[in-house]
Design a protein around this ligand. Structure first.
Ligand SMILES: [Mg+2]
Length: 393
């Protein structure tokens, strides 16, 4: 069964709440959707979320990445799902190989790989979760069988009133873990934490994400007033360019450090381990290049005794939610799992099924074949703002 064509879609996913930037607001999120068609007509879908400030990619660069390589030739004619997985294990985009951080082309590779796993999974009647079990990674900790997943909630930096409402929702919804965005200019983080702890109580695991907001010279002073509120981990406190300083700062902070913007490709992970800049790694499918590269980073972290978060990209559709679910349901030892916010964040979704997490953040494993969800072709047409066809015939 060979790959006949790829269709690339730039989709503008409508959001329920606008994303605020310093200069403007936007109400859609840009995703790359890849549709892979096999020569028997079977199709599969994948998604990537290219962001210049994460992997340096744009929608345009992902179109170029996926146009410049003969994937049909690389894949050949696989005879089983395991054969597909073996060929995907060997698939490295030339720009990724040339990048010292191993992140160029990651969102493109993610969308492509998911589309191929979905298409071939449907053809061979195997689920994407099965692929998670087939990828060869030493020391990777897997569950005995696909198990339910517990997601964590997130509170964005917002007005005091809105944050209060979010916190009450998190509490009433029964989340065990909540992430809070910190470091936004003009906000009093210690006061926010005090307020949120009063609502959330002291048993909930409350972690912080600073999104590179602080500089290494001020970090100890920034973190000290937050410690009395018992935050469990601090995500990406400094810009990537300053991340090496975390080796010295980490023992002085009084809380573990998670890397996100500084953890995109495998070389980032080895560097963080060699230099001792992280306690926890935030692996996200699109940022890290898809299932195989993400599992390799997760396996490395598990062999080295680092903690893990399986993160998501805000605005990702049900395609990436489903893929993340397959990973989380088949892996053991993930400290935090984010994603499957679908109904809470998206004004319209690409998939027919509603796989949003339920009370407590819980969600069941998905069965296959492929991703185990149905992409609605009309919804894809409605959201598409640009497209490109690549034929291998
Ligand atoms: Mg983050």
């Amino acid at each position: 069964m060979t790959l006949k064509a790829l269709d690339l879609f730039h989709v503008a996913v409508p959001l329920k709440k606008p994303i605020k930037h310093a200069s403007h607001e936007r109400t859609t999120s840009d995703s790359l959707v890849v549709r892979a068609t096999l020569d028997d007509g079977q199709v599969g879908y994948g998604e990537g979320v290219p962001r210049p400030y994460v992997t340096g990619e744009t929608i345009e660069s992902t179109f170029a990445s996926l146009s410049g390589f003969d994937f049909a030739r690389h894949l050949g004619r696989p005879t089983s799902f395991e054969d597909v997985v073996r060929r995907l294990e060997a698939l490295v985009l030339p720009e990724t190989e040339a990048d010292p951080r191993g992140m160029a082309g990651n969102a493109a590779r993610c969308a492509l790989e998911l589309a191929l796993l979905d298409a071939y999974g449907r053809h061979f009647r195997e689920s994407l979760g099965q692929a998670v079990r087939m990828v060869e990674v030493p020391g990777l900790q897997r569950t005995d069988a696909p198990s339910r997943v517990r997601y964590s909630g997130a509170i964005m930096a917002d007005s005091t009133a809105k944050e209060r409402i979010s916190a009450w929702k998190m509490r009433l919804y029964g989340f065990a873990q909540v992430k809070l965005k910190v470091g936004v200019q003009g906000q009093d983080d210690p006061a926010r934490l005090a307020r949120l702890r009063r609502i959330l109580g002291h048993r909930i695991d409350l972690r912080l994400d600073a999104n590179e907001a602080w500089h290494s010279l001020e970090l100890v002073d920034r973190v000290r007033p937050l410690l009395p509120f018992g935050p469990s981990v601090l995500e990406q406190p400094v810009p990537h360019a300053e991340s090496d300083s975390l080796a010295d700062l980490r023992p002085k902070l009084g809380m573990p450090i998670m890397l996100d913007e500084s953890l995109c490709g495998y070389p980032d992970a080895t560097r963080a381990i060699e230099r001792g800049t992280a306690d926890v790694l935030n692996v996200r499918l699109s940022k890290c290049g898809g299932v195989v590269p993400s599992l390799r980073i997760i396996g490395l972290a598990q062999r080295q005794g680092l903690g893990l978060q399986l993160g998501c990209h805000p605005g990702e559709t049900g395609i990436l939610s489903a893929a993340g679910r397959h990973l989380a349901a088949n892996l053991r030892g993930l400290r935090y799992v984010e994603g499957s916010y679908d109904r809470h964040v998206l004004a319209a979704n690409l998939i027919v099924e509603d796989i949003t997490f339920r009370y407590g953040g819980w969600a069941p494993p998905l069965a296959g074949p492929g991703l185990g969800v149905t992409v609605n072709p009309e919804a894809l047409e409605r959201m598409a703002v640009d497209r490109k066809e690549i034929s291998y015939e």
